[in-house]
Design a protein around this ligand. Structure first.
Ligand SMILES: [Zn+2]
Length: 383
């Protein structure tokens, strides 16, 4: 069994939207409350308060008149937020992440938990506790039915706002479909700057998405808006102090959305390329081991590497290989994939970075440099 993450866009009415904001606000309140409670408890008793104890205290708090507003949303929302804090705290104790911070209105993600037991899903609608039926659009991927009665389970259901719209994100369990792999097919992938990836069994390379017209336009727009924002900051400056006006806030929101859009395009492109490679059903995939230090020394190269998302590509390819049972290999850092002739094995030690075509003095082979490298990677024999 594996978990697949899905996203469902929500179309709340105005009244519903108010409740969604309230839910997110209460989740944030409970998280911060838990952090304060846990910190104070530790200061006084030199002991870590358990998650269960914090939840009990919070329930008492909710019964007080002053905190009646906490009861306007499902009680599971703050309870889960306290559990989220507890998890963040555990990650800190185990040195996995930093000390959990307070969630601020401006910086933290708008998100809250919803118990999946209470979901009722029908075509085009989902019913949420204390909020009611919300119109939604999903390409019929969310299981239909009364979740509790029909024993339907989804994992980690969260309702989020991304700056533009509300959506539900859940994980659903699905059967793994093992691919029938081709035992004789080994695929080599050469990552590049000009093109994203040159793959031994693909005639055409996977393009560098950052060079397409639409991405270039998008980047230009972001740059322009950023310049606008900094000009506005300069204009509203009082001595050493920068003042954030509503206009600046609006601009920043716009930039955030466009940047998110840009990331989505890049991530999608990587998914598409790695999917297509995995779908050729090789029994193994070989990639190079990137020389991080060397690449970061060259500023121009570093930017390109970051934009192209080499690490993301390797991560996705690795994960997809594991998923389908394909052997994933990273060649030794010093393996001369570019300098070797993929036809006769002769090594051309004077190959320059500017030589785009590989011409073999030994056997006369003429081939695109990166294509040659990808074939060598496909033929890589690990020591
Ligand atoms: Zn040769």
């Amino acid at each position: 069994m594996m978990i697949k993450g899905i996203k469902v866009k929500l179309y709340p009415t105005r009244e519903q939207e108010i409740l969604l904001w309230k839910s997110a606000g209460i989740a944030r309140f409970a998280y911060n409350w838990a952090k304060r409670f846990s910190d104070t408890y530790y200061r006084i008793f030199r002991k870590t308060v358990s998650c269960g104890a914090m939840r009990k205290h919070f329930t008492k708090l909710r019964r007080r008149k002053k905190y009646a507003w906490l009861n306007e949303v499902s009680s599971e929302i703050p309870q889960q937020a306290i559990k989220d804090f507890d998890n963040a705290r555990t990650r800190y104790f185990e040195h996995i992440s930093k000390l959990p911070k307070f969630k601020t209105k401006k910086k933290s993600k708008v998100s809250f938990f919803h118990n999946n037991n209470k979901f009722v899903v029908e075509d085009g609608y989902i019913q949420l506790e204390k909020i009611g039926k919300i119109r939604m659009s999903d390409e019929s991927r969310l299981p239909r039915g009364r979740y509790k009665k029909d024993k339907i389970k989804v994992t980690n259901p969260r309702i989020k706002h991304n700056g533009r719209y509300w959506y539900l994100s859940v994980g659903i369990e699905c059967e793994e479909t093992p691919l029938k792999l081709n035992p004789d097919l080994s695929v080599g992938i050469d990552l590049g700057i000009k093109e994203l990836a040159i793959v031994s069994n693909f005639e055409k390379p996977f393009c560098n998405i950052n060079k397409t017209k639409s991405v270039r336009k998008l980047k230009k727009r972001i740059r322009r808006l950023k310049r606008q924002a900094s000009r506005k900051y300069e204009k509203n400056r009082r001595g050493q102090q920068f003042i954030k006006t509503n206009n600046i806030r609006k601009l920043e929101q716009k930039i955030k959305i466009l940047e998110q859009h840009l990331t989505n395009i890049r991530v999608n492109h990587t998914h598409q390329a790695t999917n297509m490679i995995a779908k050729t059903k090789p029994s193994r995939i070989v990639m190079e081991t990137l020389n991080v230090k060397g690449m970061l020394k060259n500023r121009h190269l570093a930017d390109a590497v970051q934009e192209q998302g080499f690490y993301r590509f390797i991560q996705y390819m690795k994960y997809k290989s594991e998923k389908y049972g394909i052997k994933f290999i990273q060649a030794d850092r010093f393996y001369p994939s570019s300098k070797t002739c993929s036809c006769c094995g002769n090594i051309k030690s004077d190959l320059k970075l500017s030589d785009r075509i590989y011409y073999c003095d030994n056997c006369g082979m003429i081939l695109d440099r990166d294509k040659n490298a990808s074939i060598n990677l496909a033929n890589y024999q690990s020591a």
